[in-house]
Design a protein around this ligand. Structure first.
Ligand SMILES: C[S@@+](CC[C@H](N)C(=O)[O-])C[C@H]1O[C@@H](n2cnc3c(N)ncnc32)[C@H](O)[C@@H]1O
Length: 242
């Protein structure tokens, strides 16, 4: 089976040669302008299907609010701002994304969620958020981002640096399927093409292993089956405490 999987992955890689070439010569960057339009529509559908799970996840945000103080949340890879509606009313939001082309959608999300205070939007990758001070936020949020970052360990080091002691890192991410399933087979075979349409997204990541190794004092992590297509059905969700 492993051999068959490698063979079909190779075939898909060969079919993707024009896309590999476009990336090599820098033409793929154009997609950074198109992706926000696609993501805006996909996020609406994702939130509909994952609404209950998001409600459940973000309910725990309040545990990280210090009495009498405003809760400060930093969101990494915020995209269109699709999570804002789940945040505790009155909390302060700092958001970051390396793609600056989300501004139009972010503005809409900000207008629709005026129960929050928005401090700033930074164009930054999760691996390097140097503009944010050490131990300065109560919670960091990441949804569908760890599949796209260049380095999960480096992003988690940044999360750890920025969180105050006792702060929480909230995540909801799709991950690789069980190796005994057809979903695992097709995740690997279709990965080369999915990478391009998903703006660098990888469906074959064992993200939970990085979270377990990141040195958090507590990790509440659940594997769940999301009501989505098989490629992104296996999810992990939960939070880690610094
Ligand atoms: C699938 S979208 C998810 C957006 C949003 N978090 C959501 O749940 O709808 C992936 C996001 O990760 C961002 N991203 C890609 N590489 C990143 C990196 N290295 N660091 C932080 N964000 C990144 C993309 O620009 C995009 O906004």
């Amino acid at each position: 089976m492993a051999l068959l999987m490698r063979f079909f992955t190779l075939v898909v890689n060969v079919l993707c040669l024009p896309l590999h070439l476009m990336e090599a010569v820098g033409l793929y960057k154009i997609y950074k302008h198109i992706f926000p339009i696609c993501l805006y529509r996909l996020s609406i559908s994702y939130n509909k299907k994952m609404h209950d799970k998001k409600l459940e996840l973000f309910r725990s945000l309040s545990e990280f609010k210090k009495p009498g103080k405003q809760l400060t949340v930093l969101e990494i890879g915020c995209g269109t701002g699709t999570n804002f509606k789940y945040y505790l009313a009155g909390c302060k939001v700092i958001c970051t994304d390396p793609n600056p082309n989300f501004q139009k959608y972010l503005k809409t999300s900000i207008t629709e969620n005026d129960q929050l205070t928005y401090e700033k939007f930074l164009v930054a990758s999760g691996e390097d958020m140097g503009a944010i001070e050490d131990e300065s936020v109560d919670a960091v949020v990441c949804t569908l981002v760890l599949c796209s970052v260049n380095s999960i360990p480096q992003t988690l080091r940044e999360v750890h640096r920025i969180l105050r002691p006792g702060g929480g890192f909230f995540f909801m991410e799709h991950v690789v399927a069980d190796p005994s399933t057809w979903a695992y087979f097709f995740q690997h075979v279709l990965q080369p093409v999915w990478y391009y349409f998903g703006d660098g997204c990888e469906v074959t990541r064992e993200t939970w292993k990085h979270l377990e190794a990141a040195g958090f004092s507590d990790l509440k992590l659940r594997h769940v089956d999301a009501p989505l297509i098989f490629l992104i059905k296996p999810h992990i969700m939960g939070y880690a405490v610094k």
